[in-house]
Write a protein of this length. Sequence first.
Length: 700
Amino acid sequence: VPRLQPLLLPGTRAPEMPVDLLAQAVQTVLQQREDLLQRARHNTQVVPLFDVLAASYAWQAIQALCGERCRAIDPVALMQQHGIAAEYRPLVERLFRLLAEDGLAQQHGGLWSLATDADQPAARDVWLAILGGAPAYLPELVLLGRCGEHLLQVLSGELECDALLEPAKSSTHEHWQDSAPTFRAVNLGLAEVLVQLVQDWPDNRRLRILELGGDGTLTHALLPVLPTAYCDYVFASAQPELLEALQAEFDEYACFSTALLEAGFRGEGYEALREQPFDVLLSGDALQVWNDAVSGLMRLKHLLKPQGLLAMANAADSRLFDLTQGLRPQWWVALENAENEVTGKAWVSRLFSPDEWRSQLAQAGFTAVEHVFEPQDTFHGSAFLTLALADTVVPAMLEQGSVVSAGPDAAPDGAVSTEVRQTQGWLILADGSGYSRRLAERLQAALQARDMACELAFGLEGLRLERFAEIVQLSGLPEPGVETRTGTLQHLQENGPTLTLALVQQLDRLGISPRLWLVTLGATGLDGGAVELSQAPLWGLGRVLMNEHPDLDCHLLDLQPALSEAQAAQLLWQEFCHGDGETEVLLGVQRRQVLRMRRVGGLTQTPDDERPQVTLDFTAPGPLKNLYWRALPGQDLQPDEVEILPLAAGLNFRDVMYAMGLLSDEAVENGFAGAALGMELSGAVMRVGAAVRDFQPGDA
């Protein structure tokens, strides 16, 4: 059933979020969940075993490449000898450095030598040992084992690395990042961030959340704890198939939606998200490859409201990642002092340390950066959570007759979220005096302060409507709190619905389709208040325009008389420039409501055997309003009859023509259903006659 539902203002600026206190709360929860997370065991027992396994795979690969040779090994010459592409040099260098870390190799002036008396365990034995002692780490084991065993095939070009990292019909890679033990703590931390925010979120503000990356595991944990009545949760990904699957999985959550976001945070998907910025952005892809971190973070910042929260899962450097993700050449980045022959550390992974993240975020315009580390992670060698606030500004709005602009440097940070075609502009139609004009002047000042062309007009005469992309109809608004007299009512109708109709007709003749905003005052009687008679016709006309002129993208905005002029201007500005796509909005003091269809639960169902038997009939042919339900007397079944409980029935063209008198009784009486309506139906068998053998009660 349709009903009014509060839909709180999203706000141009996110509410204050004390990041330091939020980080402390998340850290406390992680410590309290140590029995589940077992991070002490992870860091002291499991990670060292994975390091040994990685070293075994590196030893196995380098020995195969070097053969009997163990002295004066030049990695570049070795690659040329085996036809290894130059793009894999960072990986080959990393294999040698990894062996050096365990005393299995040494570097002398750019050349390497291998240990001749190494007692390195076989990779298979280490793999089985980890599986037996820590079976929960199977996703990591499968991924590292797959990459380690096929390392030479990747280097030689026989096998694409993506076939190992993300094989078809396998979810190992996604499961690893979303729910495997390596990232279990940081994912719990991401979920706890939202739990903490929801507890303290203002009652009069919507909460808009954007999740990037992952496969829906985090989403599955978060949606049940979110206040769906005043929350928008958008899952963005570059994978259309994943988005389609998640939309179906979470269809019961009205607050959930998906968005296609191209890699690199660019394109139409990015611009669409930017139009309606978010309070919270969750980035669950701890292994995100940032080709230019500062640029990427700046683009993410533009998806957030000023002071919006960025919560990122991050991974620390490890052998596990270097021998899996490191198979991709783009995983590595050259140092500024590349070709350092003393350390040989010419390339490093693109993973940033906590201090590096702090620097990158600061350069991108984020403040209040806090890191949350795993319990028992003394040396910060595990995944960690990073929190930061988007340090952006938007125009402040408007005390009497004044607007404070953020200035040119604020764009695009303070960007208007509604699609504003600035090459054209805004037109505000208002009365020549009174409340309508005062409100129009406030809005004109606000739009012009953001460098938007805006013209104020008191009628249609002389206007070149093709110059405008947005038209706001403020004409015909009464004075709040003043009784509307008969003479005034006629004037309001001429300036309201009559002027609007003339406007639409003129737009139709010109063949142009600007967006149309119809503003009323008290047209809906929010909170049980009296409906303003002069405003109801324009609201009704607006609904007609939505159906007959969808090209105008008509929006209906009803202001409540209790609003001050400043409040009304602020709320209208909010809808114009930071709207969320709603087309019928009721705006009151600390209230915003929209129409929603909701399933009605708890209705008492009459048992099938207690329902009266009826048939659709009419007493006289003509309009369909003559149709009615006629009671049927109970009757015994004949031996060859079947009684059906209709679950769905339809009227076809023959039924409609018969009911309207276009077909006579004689024309239909010899048909399958005779002179009756509704022969097309589906249902379930209730009773069968004594001679019926092919059907049983309950058959459908």
